[in-house]
Structure formats: C-alpha cells, structure tokens
Ligand binder design. Structure first.
Ligand SMILES: Cc1cc2nc3c(=O)[nH]c(=O)nc-3n(C[C@H](O)[C@H](O)[C@H](O)COP(=O)(O)OP(=O)(O)OC[C@H]3O[C@@H](n4cnc5c(N)ncnc54)[C@H](O)[C@@H]3O)c2cc1C
Length: 397
C-alpha cells in the first residue's frame, strides 16, 4: 500500500481541513468536562453529525445513491486523520455508521437501503445493537428472545442486555429466534425494530464510570412488520456475523481520534505534573512509557488501514479484524494505566473535584477502558477467532 497522497487526495485533504477549520466546534473539550447531562451532550454531537453530513463528509465510502460519497479507502483514512488533527468531536451515530449501515448495504433489501441509510448518515436516526442477552454473550447463538409470525408481523418477546445507547436510539438491529426447533445457529432472524413501538422498554444500567451509557431492553408482544427482516427469515446468523465482523474491524477507527487527542494532552500534562521533585516529562520511566504509548497508537493507525483496506477490497472485513480489536482494547488499558502513573493521585479525582485535571476525564477514561476488552467480543473470543480462522488451529469448543 502506497501511503503517499496523490495530488487528488491532497486536494481532498485540504478541502476537508478547510471545512473542519471553519465548522468543527471549538468548545468540544470544554463541553466534555462541563456539568452537562449525557442527553444534552448527545444532542450536541447529533447536531455535529448533521453538519458533517450536510457538508458531504459522512459515509465517505458508502454508495452515492444512499447519501455517501463513493470515496476511496485513502479518503476514508484521511477523514479520520483530519478529524483527529482538528480535535473534532466524534460522531454519535457510530453504531449506525460502523455496524448497521454496512450490514444493510451488504444484506438489506433495496427498500431498506432507501429508507434507512441516509438517515443513519445524517444522525437523524440513531441505532443500537440488540444482540447480547443475560445468557447469551460470547455464545450469541444461545439467545432466546423469540419472534413468531402472525398476520404479516413478527411478535417479539424477550430481553436484551448491555445495549449501548439504547436510551438514545430510534432503531435497533435485533437478533431473535424464529425457529425454536432448529439447531442453535439456525432459526435466527435479524429484525429492524422501531424503538418507539408499544411494548419496548428501555432500562438504564449504571456503569462504574457513574454513567448509564448502556441499557437493558425488554420486549413484550412488540409488533415488527415482516418487511423489517434483514436477509431471510431463519438465516439471520450470517447477517449477525456480518455486523460483528464490521464491529471488530471498524469500531476502533473513530477511537483513534480520542486516543490521539488524549495522548497530546498527556504529553502537555507531563510538563506540569511533578514526579520525584521534577517535571514528569524528565522522568526516564515516564518518558519510556509515553514513547511506548505513542508507538502503539501509531501501530493502531496502521493496523486500521489494513482492516479498512480489506473491507474495500472484498466488501467485508476478514477475521483479521479481531487482531485490531485485541490490539486497541488492550492498548487503551495500558495507555490509561500510564496516564494514572503519570498523574499520580490527581488521576483518580473525578468530576467536581477542584484539583482534578480536565475535570476528572482521566479517571473516567481509566474506568471506561475496562469494558473495552469485553464489548464487541471479549479478548478471549477474539483470540479464538484468530487461532482458528487465521492460524488454522482446531476450534476451541
Ligand atoms: C461497554 C460495553 C458495551 C456493550 N455494548 C453492547 C451492545 O451495544 N449490544 C450488545 O448486544 N452487546 C453489548 N455488549 C455486550 C458484550 O458484547 C458482551 O458482554 C460480550 O460479548 C461478552 O458476553 P458476556 O458478558 O455474556 O460474557 P460471557 O460470554 O459470559 O463470558 C464470560 C467470560 O468467559 C470467557 N469466555 C466465554 N466463552 C469463551 C470461550 N469459548 N473461550 C474462551 N473464553 C470464553 C469470556 O471471554 C469472558 O471472560 C457490551 C458490553 C460492554 C462491556
């Protein structure tokens, strides 16, 4: 892969850079640390996504007829880099952009593509992923939420759990069991469920960060029209796997923006915080750790290019996406640990403490990073995938 920009790509980069210079919100850093509720922050980010879309920068690689730009892999990479460079806020419709949209492009009907894709790009409709259940996480095919067909509608009953942004979502990509007699991986169907349907209940789950980013979802006799089936009835396993492969391969792309912003700030802080009577930046152990973190963030960037490149070549991410998921999730935990070591006791102070740096963002980031090796498939499951599908080792179960 040639990483040098062509004249056309340079033009694209300059145009994007100028747009971000003019439009990227300047008060994003302050907002993150302000006493602002999660819904208010989410509304702000949603407005930002709308502006990105209207500027023609959302869904760069998606087909033009569905609101995308039909752009190249390199332009997608440039977009992520420039967002990081400008310190721009992330896009809140990330589950729609990285998971549901690509799944619909691959498996959805033409009517579904027309109906949903543009609104995913603009952030007008936010999506969540209703896969995990209390007894079906790593072993997703053990799920028990059921749906039966009655007069052109599926009637859904059951429970999902750990549903990120369930509270903010308009729609849910839901995996249900439609044939209880079939083998575990068969008899599953993927449905697009309107979160405002009667019988859908969303309950918050409080995380150790203090936030309720994710939820429990309960479905009681929820009616879903049959045209909301993605792919074929009882053949949902492949559709769900497609979503999971996109999740592993692409979810980390946006996080790169956060990691690079945090790293730059940590270097800044290393000049202010003292360690053994001198600035932490002069401490040889801290310097080693910061340099290591920088190298790892750079490796993540290059790995990301490899994952995106695979999607552009084949239309689907490969099992190599699991390498990226293992890497960024474990890297972030190491990185946040370095931040704690550098900041010392200040790092543990949470929002509201007058001595906390950046209003307690570092304590938040440290605690939130613990979930990284669980969400989107645990590190053990990712290693099983790499072992079997990349290395050709026997299956572990
Ligand atoms: C922050 C966060 C956000 C999430 N968001 C969503 C979401 O939006 N939508 C959604 O559907 N789900 C979501 N999840 C759920 C997530 O996908 C599951 O937690 C994950 O798949 C693990 O399932 P589990 O929690 O049931 O653990 P289990 O599957 O019960 O696993 C328990 C432990 O056993 C290990 N284990 C299990 N099977 C094997 C095996 N075969 N080989 C080796 N080790 C094994 C696991 O690695 C883990 O350490 C989220 C989770 C988190 C933490």
């Amino acid at each position: 892969m040639d990483l040098n920009l062509t004249p056309q790509e340079r033009l694209f980069r300059d145009e994007l850079r100028a747009w971000l210079e003019m439009h990227a919100p300047r008060d994003w850093e302050a907002r993150q640390s302000a006493e602002e509720s999660m819904p208010a922050r989410f509304a702000f980010l949603r407005d930002w996504q709308r502006r990105v879309y209207e500027g023609g920068w959302a869904g760069l690689s998606w087909p033009k007829e569905y609101g995308g730009r039909g752009a190249s892999l390199m332009e997608q990479v440039i977009f992520t880099e420039e967002m990081a460079r400008a310190g721009a806020p992330p896009l809140p419709g990330i589950l729609g952009l990285a998971l549901v949209g690509p799944t619909l492009i691959a498996f959805g009907s033409e009517a579904q593509k027309q109906r949903y894709l543009t609104k995913i790009l603009s952030g007008e409709e936010i999506w969540c992923q209703g896969f995990s259940e209390p007894n079906a996480g790593s072993d997703l095919a053990a799920l028990r939420t059921e749906a039966s067909l009655v007069d052109g509608h599926f009637i859904v009953n059951g429970q999902k759990v750990w549903t990120s942004y369930g509270w903010a979502s308009d729609w849910c990509e839901l995996v249900v069991r439609t044939d209880a007699a079939a083998e575990k991986h068969k008899g599953l169907t993927v449905l697009l469920v309107d979160m405002r349907s009667p019988g859908v209940e969303v309950r918050p789950l409080r995380q150790m960060t203090g936030e309720s980013e994710f939820n429990e979802l309960f479905f009681e006799n929820v009616r879903v029209p049959v045209e909301n089936v993605v792919g074929q009835v009882n053949h949902g396993w492949n559709v769900a796997l497609g979503t999971l492969m996109h999740e592993r391969a692409l979810l980390g792309a946006g996080l790169q923006i956060t990691f690079r912003r945090q790293f730059a700030r940590l270097v800044e802080l290393s000049h202010k915080v003292e360690r053994n009577g001198r600035p932490a930046a002069e401490d040889p152990v801290i310097r080693q750790k910061l340099a290591q973190a920088y190298a790892e963030i750079e490796i993540m960037r290059l790995n990301q290019m490899r994952a995106v490149s695979r999607v552009m070549e084949t239309g689907m991410p490969g099992p190599e996406g699991s390498i990226q998921k293992i890497f960024w999730s474990e890297m972030n935990q190491r990185f946040q640990q370095v931040a704690m070591e550098l900041l010392g006791p200040y790092g543990q102070l949470t929002r509201g403490s007058e001595f906390a740096f950046d209003e307690g963002q570092w304590a938040y980031a440290y605690l939130r990073a613990r979930g990284n090796t669980i969400e989107a498939g645990t590190s053990e499951i990712q290693r099983n995938i790499v072992g079997h599908f990349v290395l050709g080792l026997p299956k572990s179960y």
